[in-house]
Design a protein around this ligand. Structure first.
Ligand SMILES: CC(C)(COP(=O)(O)OP(=O)(O)OC[C@H]1O[C@@H](n2cnc3c(N)ncnc32)[C@H](O)[C@@H]1OP(=O)(O)O)[C@@H](O)C(=O)NCCC(=O)NCCS
Length: 137
């Protein structure tokens, strides 16, 4: 983990992101899989921000947020870390980079996650506020 780099995603990360996202979809039943083309669109758009954690050319994890420039809050929709990199501080480092980037520019950062992760994000400094429910028409 000595060489782990946290940085903004680039076009040539899309294949690695797609591969990792497939693992997320397999592990978590509600995870909506994004393919390479969707990642490309997102990375090029001003409405999203994607950070990656790269370890010797491999994408170990990523964070994706929606940026609504007219809103005082930022929404982190996805954070996923490859199983073999978990509990090594990858998420903490992704969130450090994200929060540093937005320091003083936004009032709050909202993270969408499941109940089982509340303790993890509590440790990183988030506070549980509300429930998020989904209805599929
Ligand atoms: C949730 C998830 C993103 C955490 O990533 P991670 O890189 O392993 O987290 P970190 O190593 O940075 O750990 C952050 C803190 O939580 C703790 N933690 C991490 N996983 C934990 C677990 N399974 N049980 C208890 N504590 C845990 C760590 O010890 C650390 O606390 P510390 O700073 O006091 O040591 C990762 O488990 C994951 O990808 N899960 C599947 C996807 C998911 O549910 N994403 C959620 C957001 S959409």
């Amino acid at each position: 983990m000595k060489n782990l780099e946290i940085r903004f995603a680039r076009d040539n990360d899309c294949a690695g992101l797609e591969k990792l996202d497939k693992k997320a979809h397999k592990e978590i039943k509600w995870w909506e899989h994004q393919n390479r083309r969707e990642f490309e669109k997102i990375i090029r758009s001003n409405n999203f921000l994607t950070l990656v954690a790269e370890d010797n050319g491999l994408i170990a994890g990523y964070l994706q947020a929606t940026l609504k420039f007219d809103s005082s809050a930022l929404w982190i929709e996805d954070i996923y870390v490859d199983k073999k990199y978990r509990r090594k501080g990858v998420t903490s480092r992704l969130l450090d980079k994200f929060t540093d980037h937005w320091k003083g520019k936004k009032k709050s950062i909202v993270l969408i996650t499941s109940d089982k992760n509340v303790k993890i994000f509590d440790k990183i400094g988030f506070t549980k506020r509300a429930n998020y429910m989904v209805y599929k028409p």
